[in-house]
Design a binder for this molecule. Structure first.
Ligand SMILES: NC(=O)c1ccc[n+]([C@@H]2O[C@H](COP(=O)([O-])OP(=O)(O)OC[C@H]3O[C@@H](n4cnc5c(N)ncnc54)[C@H](O)[C@@H]3O)[C@@H](O)[C@H]2O)c1
Ligand SMILES: [Zn+2]
Ligand SMILES: [Zn+2]
Length: 362
């Protein structure tokens, strides 16, 4: 099969013909129809996050199930699936507690003594996030596959594999935004726009979109933002304070992962407010907060994939799109074939696209 292989830091990915194993145990072989380009893949390309190489990146995927292993019971060939990287065991304390995204023993990968999933002769390839979705097919654990309704288009479905689920869930599940509360979303890429949509669905009063690219602020209004804050035109904290009578906001959803924006988010909080850090930071980043400001009962927390419970939340998010409450058509700025994967990342660097989607015509 065709796959985009990342061999060396600083070099571009190359399309290569590599082999994929047959499913064993609880594995599912999926022929991909669409894969979104998420900034978490970019973190590997830049070295912000590290991965053994050579690797196949890509983790925001939707497709059709082709074959299943002998122990798979919930998915069958022909199912349309969203694949989400929150693989889980189903029996640890976190899984039983309703937090399968925090599973202690995710059953995601093959064991060291089993043959590799991706290979070419003697060479093996690391599938990023146990997926490796910049490829025509993926072989993944059943727990990450969620069957969806057949009238859901694949390109929009792929976005639910990561960015949309993370952003919606950050607002609805991790931050538990309540009707009427104020929210600032910092960074309006695929994740931030979804956090804005999630805040709107949760009934937030004012939703401030913060970005340094003006076109993103226009896009943010489509997803439910009530106010735009252009970070390139002066201090974002001062702008938010000016727009809230000096009080700040009840929630900040930080969707970039930089020291400056994480620390700014904390400063924007009203008394009793909560900052939820959604952005993935460089592995060695440290941030600083005023300790005294904790006396204003400010809270800081993280989120992993918006606290998604795969089989419960993903079909709900699909319904949000199908009934018109989640405008995923507007999130897809550009469609490209796999051969243009590097150009899709060039687009992300300019900040001009909300999401690029790689489409497969198979
Ligand atoms: N917590 C999780 O489970 C999880 C899941 C998925 C993605 N992420 C992370 O979320 C982050 C966002 O992902 P994405 O795909 O939406 O990224 P993206 O690159 O598409 O969007 C980032 C946005 O931030 C804006 N931006 C960048 N620097 C800025 C600054 N200094 N001031 C104002 N705006 C700025 C850009 O213009 C862009 O609109 C990434 O760090 C990604 O790795 C986390
Ligand atoms: Zn992602
Ligand atoms: Zn578990």
């Amino acid at each position: 099969m065709k796959a985009a292989v990342f061999r060396e830091m600083g070099k571009r990915m190359e399309i290569e013909d590599i082999s994929i194993s047959k499913p064993i145990g609880r594995e599912v072989l999926v022929r991909l129809k669409a894969v979104g380009v998420c900034h978490s893949d970019m973190h590997i390309l830049t070295g912000d996050l590290q991965l053994p190489l050579p690797a196949v990146l890509g983790h925001e995927a939707a497709g059709i199930v082709e074959e299943v292993g002998p122990e798979v019971h919930t998915i069958k060939p022909g199912d349309h699936v969203v694949v989400c990287l929150t693989f889980h065991c189903g029996h640890c304390e976190q899984c039983h507690g309703g937090n399968s995204h925090r599973c202690y023993t995710p059953d995601a990968m093959r064991k060291a003594d089993e043959p590799p999933r991706l290979f070419k002769g003697d060479e093996r390839f690391e599938p990023f996030m146990s997926m490796g979705a910049f490829a025509e097919q993926i072989l993944v654990h059943e727990s990450g596959c969620v069957a969806i309704r057949h009238d859901m288009p694949f390109e929009q479905a792929s976005l639910i594999g990561c960015g949309v689920t993370t952003g919606l869930g950050a607002a609805i599940r991790s931050a538990s935004v309540r009707p009427g509360e104020s929210v600032a979303v910092i960074g309006c890429g695929g994740v931030g726009l979804s956090a804005i949509a999630g805040s709107a669905i949760a009934g937030a009063g004012r939703i401030f979109a913060v970005d340094r690219v003006a076109s993103k602020l226009d896009m943010a209004r489509t997803f439910g933002a009530t106010d735009g804050v252009d970070g390139s035109k002066g201090n974002a904290v001062a702008q938010i304070m000016g727009m809230t009578n000096g009080r700040g906001v009840d929630h900040v959803l930080e969707c970039i992962g930089l020291k400056q924006t994480i620390e700014d988010g904390y400063k924007m909080l009203a008394k009793g407010g909560t900052e939820t850090i959604v952005g993935a930071a460089r592995y060695d980043l440290k941030v600083e907060f005023s300790a005294l400001a904790f006396l204003r009962e400010k809270k800081v927390q993280g989120t992993m994939m918006g606290g998604v419970r795969n089989s419960i939340d993903i079909p709900r998010y699909v319904d949000f799109y199908m009934n018109g409450r989640l405008k995923l058509d507007d999130m897809i700025s550009r469609r490209r074939p796999l051969e243009e994967i590097n150009e899709a990342f060039d687009d992300m660097n300019t900040g001009a696209v909300a999401r690029s989607v790689i489409v497969f015509d198979n």
